[in-house]
Design a protein around this ligand. Sequence first.
Ligand code: ZN
Length: 391
Amino acid sequence: MNYTSLLEWHTAHKEQALYGRYLTINQLQPLLDRIPDLFVKESLGYSVQNRPIYKVTFGTGEIKILGWSQMHGNESTTTKALFDLFKWFEANKDTEIGQKLLSTFNFTFIPMLNPDGAEAYTRVNANQVDLNRDAQELTQPESLILKQVYTSLDPDYCLNLHGQRTIFGVGEPAQSAVASFLSPSQDALRTVTQSRKEGMAIIAELNEMLQEFIPGQVGRYDDGFNINCVGDTLQQLNIPTILFEAGHFPNDYAREKTRGFMFLSLIRVFESILLLKSEENVSSNPYFAIPENKKCFFDCIIRNINLPEYGVTDMAIQYQETLRDGILYFVPKIAQIADLDSFVGHSEIDFAQEKIEFPENFTLDVGQNLENLQVNSNLPTTFSVKSNNLL
Ligand SMILES: [Zn+2]
């Protein structure tokens, strides 16, 4: 597969009805209602607040793949990539590669496992439960639906599709972690079992493919074992499971660039399975060569700012994604006031030469909302402390 051409296809033909970060079941419903005959759409049941949860199945092959997205309601990038994948399969069902994949695999995707969280733009479901910590207790209807699907399907591979915050970086000097992956542990010792190894080998292939597009911006997620996580639970059932974390590409708060890389990664997973099936031994070494994610980024760092009560210091600003009347805003809040030499800002401003006049009796504190802050007008325009709809 030529991934440069595939990315060009994606840019031109991705599902135009979906855009940005706030993605609800109401936006998916018309696409699901008119999904082409290649696919079968079925309702699996309902969320806490009675929103439908669907699965989409296609392919006639023997290797069963199960993937689910938006288990965390505010992680929509991989959902967009799934609908792009459906479009790609429809457009390529008669091509050689399309036929090969459709006759090799049996695909089951749950595009939105947590429609209530999606509506409210929260990680958790309507009962404030993190579904990715509910794999054992199964207290929530969404958790039961997922379990019912993987129990009855008995998949050969699972794709646990998520998105990560802007705080993650990789490498030295750090770059933004645009995409991160994990082959979860299945025991506390993090033993490299056969199914973990298969996941690792696929991730190594994903990394190699992505390096061409986002060099040094692919990370490996922390593999601490937690049996309450769905990935760890599935891995313990000896089902190779891959965690996708769609991350931040510079200035791409809508995650449209990352959406393309997630789309490429999905196709690469399928190709890799075909490839690795023909190899006798797979190595976990290239996986461990991928740098680990670290928390080293902020949305904005203002360096050498002379603040009342602090003197000259650095200030980190993190956007808090906030839903207001159905529109997602990125509200700037102070995340840290300290020497931030070991951190990187997605945007940075050096105020060493700027004199700032703050209002009288002005104070600043960590957690403070800066959206209504008015300071003197000589500031660079990039230091906009108004709330932005960055999408
Ligand atoms: Zn997540």
